[in-house]
Design a binder for this molecule. Structure first.
Ligand code: FES
Length: 112
């Protein structure tokens, strides 16, 4: 299960993602997380353009890495072309089982 500070950032303010129904993705994610009673550990936030426009709608997952020391690093994973169906996969596979979803994964260096 994701840590207490896992955030799901949905680009709803960037023009490319918003034109591709990112607001619907955000709404669906929030409803699904609330229905699963996971809203105390997963926070869904609107965000501005993440610089991954051509992959929209983009969902970025920010979590703290599990480390043995006191310092925890932020780990970010970005998914593109996210639909409502993909939101279920993100919650069930990425968040719950820590298994990245390769078909949605945006590889860094292939942006905009
Ligand atoms: S418009 Fe969404 S990443 Fe740029």
């Amino acid at each position: 299960m994701g840590s207490a500070c896992t955030k799901l950032l949905v680009c709803t303010r960037g023009k490319h993602c918003s034109a591709r129904d990112s607001q619907d993705v955000l709404t669906f994610l929030r409803k699904t997380i609330e229905k699963a009673q996971l809203d105390y550990v997963l926070k869904v936030k609107k965000t501005d353009c993440l610089g991954l426009c051509k992959h929209g709608p983009v969902v970025q997952i920010d979590a703290k890495s599990k480390s043995k020391g006191r310092t925890k690093e932020k780990v970010s994973v970005s998914y593109g072309g996210v639909t409502e169906v993909d939101c279920i996969d993100i919650i069930e596979r990425h968040i719950s089982r820590s298994k990245p979803i390769k078909r949605l994964l945006i590889k860094r260096g292939k942006q905009k």
